[in-house]
Design a protein around this ligand. Structure first.
Ligand SMILES: [Zn+2]
Ligand SMILES: [Zn+2]
Length: 175
């Protein structure tokens, strides 16, 4: 998933692309399975009209399918927020009635920042992108200590940051 912009604007199509193929397959299989259960298994043993089975079959099928897609989404969304994905998948399965996903969306952490160059997830303590070595945090060109964009001198070695040819602290912000 390579993104060229560093903006964190929320886009639904971008979010939907996160849903992995296995969860789409699982949702499809679950939907078909529930149709089978309602039409062929339950219908044979009850005298309820077919229309009732069609109604419940479709609505339950859709509900379970959406749930599968939700779990698929969480499995992809949790890692980029540095949240344990298996814990959340388990919670979604154990807590029935959609409580798991509700808690997840209430508690989820912000997306970790991405490398503006290659889209790799960057943690807050990274100075360089682990994939493409893009400088993601301002630092001293002498000792590579992190500096603030407003600093004039390195707090560790006293290096004059203005001496850096295009100061590193500005280069990190695309100046
Ligand atoms: Zn990168
Ligand atoms: Zn320094």
């Amino acid at each position: 998933m390579a993104r060229t912009d560093s903006s964190s604007s929320f886009s639904v199509s971008e979010e939907l692309k996160l849903i992995p193929r296995w969860s789409i397959v699982l949702a499809f299989v679950a939907f078909i399975g529930i149709q089978y259960l309602f039409y062929f298994v339950l219908h044979q043993h009850h005298t309820t009209p077919m229309a009732v089975h069609v109604y419940f079959g479709t609505s339950w099928g859709a509900l379970v399918a959406v749930y599968m897609l939700m779990i698929g989404y969480i499995s992809q969304d949790a890692p980029r927020r540095n949240m344990g994905k298996w814990i959340w998948i388990m919670l979604c399965i154990v807590l029935q009635g959609g409580i798991g996903p509700v808690i997840y969306f209430l508690l989820r952490q912000p997306v970790l920042s991405q490398c503006p160059c290659c889209g790799t997830h960057i943690e807050s303590n990274f100075h360089f992108c682990p994939q493409c070595a893009y400088r993601v945090a301002p630092n001293c060109s002498n000792c590579h200590e992190s500096v603030r964009i407003t600093d004039l001198h390195c707090t560790r070695c006293g290096h004059d940051l203005a001496e850096d040819n295009t100061p590193a602290r500005l280069r990190a912000y695309g100046a």
